[in-house]
Design a protein around this ligand. Sequence first.
Ligand SMILES: Cc1cc2nc3c(=O)[nH]c(=O)nc-3n(C[C@H](O)[C@H](O)[C@H](O)COP(=O)(O)OP(=O)(O)OC[C@H]3O[C@@H](n4cnc5c(N)ncnc54)[C@H](O)[C@@H]3O)c2cc1C
Length: 448
Amino acid sequence: MTKIIVIGANHAGTAASNTLLDNIKDVDLTIYDRNNNISFLGCGMALWIGEQISTSDGLFYCSKDVFEEKGAKVHMESEVLSIDEDKKTVKVRLADGSEIEDTYDKLILATGSRPRSNNIPGEDLENIEVAKLFQDAKKVKEIGLRDEIKNVVVVGSGYIGVELAEAFQRIGKNTTLVTRSEKILHNYYDEDFSKPLQDAMVENGIKIVLGENVKEYKGENGKVTAVKTDKGEYPADLVINSIGFVPNVFLGESLKKHDKTGAYLVDKHFRTSNPDIYAIGDCATIYYKPTDSQEYVALATNAVRSGIVAALNAGGLDLETPGVQGSSGMQIYGHKIVMTGMSLDMAAKYGIDVEYTDFEDLQKPAFMENVENAKVKVRIVYRKDDRRIIGAQLGSTYDVSMGIHMFSLAIQKDVTIDELALTDIFFMPHFNQPYNYITMAAVSAVLG
Ligand SMILES: Cc1cc2nc3c(=O)[nH]c(=O)nc-3n(C[C@H](O)[C@H](O)[C@H](O)COP(=O)(O)OP(=O)(O)OC[C@H]3O[C@@H](n4cnc5c(N)ncnc54)[C@H](O)[C@@H]3O)c2cc1C
């Protein structure tokens, strides 16, 4: 019987635990989580706050009971305080305040991430909130619905900041999005793809402030009243600080960490520098195929995949991740963009010499009547040296999200732009055009 302890039971820990319980015989599994809920889908937070869904009930897909029915021992509201790597034990403070020591053969760290703080004056004022846990979602929703909350400022223009800005505008708040970058979603998309969403936000009444650094939160009677930047000041009754996440790496001091982010550095098996300790999800790096290196790509999808691979390895198999491309998508006021791998801006940041090809066309033939037929824009980014595809972006008001998965696989399998040009893509007027935009983009890169 292998004794496995999983620390953290959100997406990564849940995936690892379910994989072990469903697939590995002779496993003695104990799960510790300091929170009181399991598997919260943060992706539903903005939809719930913006009243696009009426209840938060569906935002969980697993529970303590599910794990216990499958034979695990589950301790909620129980924080792991330290690891003794020599003795192979963990020290835990249980829900009743008592402290125990537990032993393991294999340990899986799934301790996740926490919101980055900007460490500026006024951060302790009331009504400055973050968006991470279900508890945060409930608090932000409760405060946001109060009548006296007129002005909401969202700081940070990543996915979560952008989604929350839309949510607050939808419930009638004067909403301002402040970001130090020169475009929204700057870590993921080139401006050609993010701009239509930015324009839609402005058209819907959101004030977008680009290129400004937040320096101070101002307040009166202990409550926030304004956000002060290096260039201006914006009234605020509620502030959501959404400037990114940092990995929780408080445990296992001796374990190797990623230079850039401090996340647990793992190999393709999700083993840390201690072969009996795995690290998965937001607390760890993951093999990022476009740069052929371990990077920090904090996404629920990666948490799930890393959880599955690490659990099977901890259970005695020998499995490597094929890597990830950081694929993601976004919809704002009906504008949809999806991406995988690197944008041009990202490639420039990493110093990779690339070329790209763009194409824009209607999804279906122009003769089609009485059907939704929107324009679709595609950009494919490929390496200049060996012409391997390392990124793609798609944008439309039409749901073209399924198309991006092919590009993700193309990056994973080292497909070149020349090979893509000859890929068999079917034609049928209900779905696409005889000269579809993916083939056309690739062919124009090959033939000019
Ligand atoms: C608002 C929001 C929207 C998002 N939308 C998307 C999306 O649309 N698509 C997507 O792919 N990703 C999305 N993400 C990112 C995704 O939620 C994270 O990547 C994912 O939660 C990571 O899962 P995790 O289990 O690794 O870490 P976490 O979710 O951070 O969970 C870590 C767990 O470990 C527990 N823990 C930590 N330390 C200890 C300890 N010492 N002892 C015991 N327990 C401990 C915590 O209580 C927690 O339950 C979103 C995130 C947020 C906040």
